[in-house]
Design a protein around this ligand. Structure first.
Ligand SMILES: Cc1ncc(COP(=O)(O)O)c(C=O)c1O
Length: 451
């Protein structure tokens, strides 16, 4: 089976035309925005949406979004996990409404923050928590603390990881050397100076990299999600824990996306034992907020290194972190929305999605596969699961991806803009999932993409 690139180009051009015709108001707003927003968008990567300009949204509710042209989309992107709970979950909305009338931010804690700390300790097993504004910040602060208490300069990440806009993490392996990832904007130093990189699932490379004795922490997603889903092989996490401990290196597990595994993330579901855990995006139901948790031992070491007189200048914090609004939103979300019951609904939906797409792949004999992690699921343009980020990145096909995304968008289904990822919110129905399967069949079966 080979992909007909000419046919793909023609199909993509048709979808682009259709998108433009169906979205005159979004297009007009985009043209207007070019005069006040750099590139016509409020955040630079919004230009990457398939279609040439982004949809402008009027409202989101549950698993659906409405745009200014009156289209109603099944949202399987969910703000790239920020709205994993579905849009505007009622308990979070209610808590935000109530808190808004009492003030947004004080630089003083509210009782909600204590409740959240207690709940996070119960869920993840780490006793001490701090708040940040974004997951990026949570990772940044976790790295700084790790450097501070170990006295070591470097960090280690897995090839093709993503942990937000954290300078040290934009490093990949090329021919065995650590180089800056393409598109890294204005790096403060060459990331090879700050970072060691090894492939996910490569225990020998990990051991060798840690043997230098200069790695303060490993920062890892427990399963890669940002270059597509790459699962750890059996024994990998046990080896990662054992090797980091032996090397005196801290283990930071970033659960920002893998919280899709269940209410206590991958950590709880698989009994991981990190020194630090970070989490952002959906923790406040889509309101800005993030957290990071510390083990007893790490907390003790941090306390021993803290100096109160310079606590506000140490590169950790943020005026708006732990603000009252975010704390209220986190409490309501953790108590009523991101619950066991919600995962009992969304994981079977993701399974149904996977089975539907797998059937079509088999029916059309496509050289593709499906991968799932909890309520996150995606299809890959390759016949076998990749073992690591390097293999995963090699399977990316931007044109094919663009076509699949745009074909879905034109049929009112929104996929995550990076790779072919879908997240299932509790408000999704079985019919919604089946509609996606139909659209998938229609898009990929259309006019002989493969021969
Ligand atoms: C695993 C992981 N960590 C951290 C982040 C950063 O999140 P934010 O952009 O909200 O800071 C992301 C963003 O995609 C992520 O996927």
């Amino acid at each position: 089976m080979s992909l007909d690139r000419g046919r793909l180009g023609a199909l993509l051009a048709d979808e682009e035309r259709r998108f433009r015709e169906a979205h005159p108001r979004s297009l007009a707003l985009f043209e207007r925005a070019r005069r006040s927003l750099l590139g016509g968008v409020p955040m630079h990567w919004m230009v990457r949406w398939a279609g040439g300009f982004p949809l402008f949204v009027t409202a989101g509710e549950g698993a659906h979004l409405t745009d200014v042209d009156g289209h109603r989309y099944l949202d399987l992107c969910l703000g790239d996990t920020g709205a994993m709970t579905g849009h505007a979950p009622a308990p979070t909305v209610e808590a935000v409404r109530a808190q808004a009338g009492r003030g947004f931010t004080f630089m003083l804690p509210t009782e909600d923050a204590v409740w959240v700390g207690e709940e996070l300790a119960r869920r993840f097993g780490l006793p001490y928590w701090q708040f940040a504004v974004t997951a990026t910040d949570a990772n940044r602060f976790a790295i700084r603390l790790a450097r501070e208490i170990t006295g070591r300069p470097r960090i280690l990440v897995f090839n093709w990881c993503y942990h937000g806009t954290v300078d040290e993490t934009f490093a990949i392996l090329r021919d065995g050397r650590v180089v800056a990832r393409d598109g890294n904007v204005g790096p403060p130093v060459d990331p090879a100076v700050t970072t060691r990189v090894v492939e996910f699932n490569d225990v020998f490379a990990l051991e060798a990299a840690l043997a230098h004795g200069d790695v303060a922490c490993v920062l890892a997603e427990p399963a890669l999600t940002n270059v597509g889903i790459v699962h750890p092989e059996p024994g990998f996490h046990a080896a990662l824990r054992e090797l980091t401990r032996r090397a005196g290196t801290l283990l930071i597990i970033d659960e920002t996306h893998t919280i899709c595994t269940g209410p206590g993330g991958y950590t709880r579901a698989h009994g991981l034992d990190p020194d630090i855990l970070t989490l952002g995006k959906p923790v406040a139901g889509g309101v800005t907020g993030a957290v990071y948790g510390l083990s007893d031992a790490v907390a003790d070491r941090v306390r021993a290194h803290s100096r109160l007189d310079v606590a506000d200048t140490g590169g950790i914090g943020g005026t708006l972190a732990a603000n009252a609004l975010a704390s209220a939103a986190m409490r309501a979300t953790l108590e009523h929305v991101l619950t066991d019951a919600s995962f009992r609904r969304t994981i079977p939906l993701a399974e149904r999605f996977a089975v539907g797409v797998e059937h079509v792949i088999a029916e059309l004999s496509l050289p593709w596969i499906v991968k799932r992690l909890g309520c996150r699921v995606e299809y890959w343009f390759r016949p076998a699961a990749p073992r690591n980020g390097g293999e995963a990145a090699a399977a990316v096909d931007p044109d094919l991806e663009r076509y699949m995304h745009l074909a879905a968008l034109n049929r009112e289904i929104l996929l995550t803009p990076f790779h072919n990822m879908a997240l299932l919110a509790p408000a999704v129905t079985e019919n919604d999932v089946d509609r996606h399967t139909e659209v998938f069949r229609e898009s990929v079966g259309a006019g002989g993409l493969y021969h």
